[in-house]
Design a protein around this ligand. Structure first.
Ligand code: CP
Length: 310
């Protein structure tokens, strides 16, 4: 096992290797044990200052990173584009350089533009964690998803994992595919033809447009939201038709001859990609994913903080 990460930034899962992922998991297991103790805080990042830059809305990722930073005793700055001088025309690089002048060591950034974190990493020296960049990558989401699958099924190697829904606009799908393939899983994507990009099979995944066939095949179903905010045209005739073909409900789940586990990165659209009785069922691990997100983000922050002076 490697002693440190092979990268200075976490820009995407594409840029890291299986040793990096396993090191993050091993570190997260330790942190998960710590955050379930009565005293949840450790002094590991006491001398580190981290700025959370959110140029796009977030509930889980933002709170999870902030909690992870505070559990590690880091100093935390929160920046929200909507209430900043970005509205007065300040560029991303100028904004970030001003923040870094305040002696900030690490950045966590969510941005609507694919490649924003990669772009920034070429202009500044601080460590960057990509908290989701448009339709590109959401590395910590993929790590917490895979960590949760490993926790529930014991291993990722050889497991059959389905990613179902709006693959085209999903950074979660792309990061999950990179992560799961690096860990030896079989991956199948499922959704309407119009929401599955043509290049996807070049990533080594199978493609299906038949939900029942996919559910009969898989051990894990990761249900994705239809990202209407990223769609400039209509990709399917109606939401009702989408639900009929690709929505996961309890009667389909109960009709399978094995108990699969159900993931969802959130936010859920109850009654669209997943019904409430599935989301709240014993086969759903959605809240385990959220719990594991804090430990995974603590692990990533801790491991990258070891590279602050590089
Ligand atoms: N899963 C996820 O990224 O959720 P948020 O958009 O609420 O952060």
């Amino acid at each position: 096992m490697a002693k440190g990460l092979s990268v200075k930034h976490l820009l995407g899962i594409k840029n890291i290797n299986a040793d990096d992922i396993n090191l993050i998991f091993e570190t997260a297991e330790n942190f998960k044990e710590i955050i379930n103790r009565p005293i949840k805080k450790v002094p590991s990042l006491r001398d580190i200052t981290i700025a959370n830059l959110f140029y796009e809305n977030s509930t889980r990722t933002r709170l999870s990173f902030e909690l992870a930073e505070r559990r590690l005793s880091a100093d935390v700055l929160n920046f929200s584009a909507s209430s900043s001088s970005v509205s007065k025309g300040e560029t991303l690089v100028d904004t970030v350089n001003n923040i870094l002048s305040m002696k900030v060591d690490m950045l966590v950034m969510r941005h609507p533009n694919p490649g924003a974190a990669v772009f920034l990493s070429k202009h500044i020296s601080a460590n960057i964690i990509n908290a989701g960049d448009g339709t590109h990558e959401h590395p910590t989401q993929a790590l917490l998803d895979a960590f949760t699958i490993k926790e529930k099924l014991g291993n990722i190697q050889g497991k059959k994992i389905a990613i179902i829904g709006d693959i085209m606009h999903s950074r979660v799908a792309l990061s999950n595919i990179f992560c799961l393939k690096k860990l030896g899983a079989e991956v199948m994507v499922c959704g309407p033809t119009t929401l599955i990009p043509k290049y996807i099979s070049s990533l080594g995944v199978k493609v299906s447009h038949n939900l029942r066939e996919v559910l009969n095949w898989c051990d894990v179903a990761n249900m994705l939201r239809i990202q209407l905010e990223r769609q400039d045209i209509k990709y399917f005739p109606s939401l009702r038709e989408y639900i009929m073909q690709f929505g996961l409900n309890k009667s389909i789940l109960d009709s399978l001859d094995k108990k699969i586990i159900v993931l969802h990165p959130g936010p859920i659209n109850r009654g669209v990609e997943i019904t409430s009785d599935v989301a709240d069922s014993s086969q759903s691990v959605i809240l385990d994913q959220v719990e594991n997100g804090v430990a995974i983000r603590m692990a990533v922050l801790y491991l990258l903080a070891g590279k602050v002076s590089e």
